[in-house]
Design a protein around this ligand. Sequence first.
Ligand code: NAD
Length: 502
Amino acid sequence: MDLTTLDRLPMWIGGKAVAAQTKRYGEVTNPATGEVIRHVPLGSAADVDAAVAAAATALPAWRALPPLRRARILMRFRDLLQAQRKEFAKIITQEHGKTLGDAEGEVTRGIEVVEFATGIAHLLKGEFSENVGTGVDSFSLRQPVGVCAGITPFNFPAMVPMWMYPVAIACGNTFVLKPSERDPTLAIRMGEVFAEAGLPDGVFNVVHGDKDAVDALLAHPVVQAISFVGSTPIARYIYETGARNGKRVQSLGGAKNHAVVLPDADMDFTTEALIGAGYGSAGERCMAISVVVAVGEAGDPLVEKLAQRARSVNVGAGDSPDVEMGPLVTAAARDRVAGYIDRGIEEGARLVVDGRKPTVRGHEGGFFVGPTLFDHVTPEMAIYRDEIFGPVLSVVRADSLADAIALINANPYANGTAIFTRSGHAARRFQQDVEVGMIGINVPIPVPMAFFSFGGWRASLFGDLNVHGMDGVRFYTRGKTVTSRWPDDGSAAPGFHMPMMG
Ligand code: NAD
């Protein structure tokens, strides 16, 4: 079905598109034009109930299917995704605003998680010990947790949900996705592609909505595990509420990622890397660099080069050729970012490049803010403290690597960070002493590959386990350990005392 022609999106429940029960609808806009392009149902508790019921019905047969056969369905899913990734990128660009190339990139990163999940038969292998006691063997295995739910942000409508459901489903769980209401269409396309790949009805479901739908998932007694990615205040709320309701929760929050630049860094390479990491996807990435910590003499030449390159970034609609940076997702996001730029000036930072009110011909209604660069930002300023989630780079000056590391370690967020240097010694000290979940060494956006796990520290992740990689497999399974004996006639029976097998 060409979902982009619909005015009202359906839910995806039990293997098919179904009309929502809710009467509440939200608007989905094209950020490059400002036009309302379709409406998304804001699901009620009854909608959530229907999705969870479908997932619960599908669970027994799905979890009983051998992992290899589950993997074969994921292999077909992967091939279909790969073949249609350009079509998916168009949907993402239309609703999110990012460039087509960037959108295709996120689909590819999502596909990599599916590829990881196709190895599930190997990943679920347990351990076996013979003769833990005389005639007694012991083995451990991992079993699916049951019905799992994922609640995801607007900024990666393909990749972030795919951090979750391929692994959950491969492990033998069934899944209910509550995607962002800002760019909800791709989730329904994923349901269609899964159906084409042969996934049994009800294994993957989509319920659209806002806080009401999320709260219904958090309270639902059948839902066993919640994965969340979004802003820190909501991540904390999800973690606390889910845990109170007896669910396992992994809840990824916001970020304020610093890049440290030492004076010995290759300044041209570093400038190009920081421009992409700061302004790519209009700064709406949880791994975007938003603070540049320029150490010692790195400051002046770096700011000059960054300013020059920031002024040349090609801003426009994400589907126009050669555009490097698209609009922000909503008018509210644009106004919030512009408000932070005003505040940075008021608080005394030096505005080097001003991205307020860029002209994008033919897209006057779009939600654009151009690349913005501040220098001499200090830790007390709001533009340093808060996650702006827009194309605003703040340069903080530091005297030494030790000061830079102390600054990063004092920040409440701890998602990703990077260092630019030619010194292996400095890089090693940084990787060892910095208290952040994901580290880049001359790599500005160190997003781990699917077979490693993704997650930050402190206010960037609530819960013990990261997403995808082996942490994902652990999150979506429960451990079980079996101790077995096959006594012969006449073997001594266990007595009253605590069994001592050795
Ligand atoms: P958001 O927190 O506003 O929304 C995320 C999800 O929570 C959405 O599905 C939304 O419908 C739901 N939600 C919103 N308000 C809610 C409420 N009051 N109660 C219950 N549910 C609610 O985030 P966003 O604006 O969509 O995404 C941007 C944020 O996500 C940024 O803070 C960014 O750093 C973060 N993010 C983090 C990571 C990571 O890996 N740590 C990855 C991507 C995005």
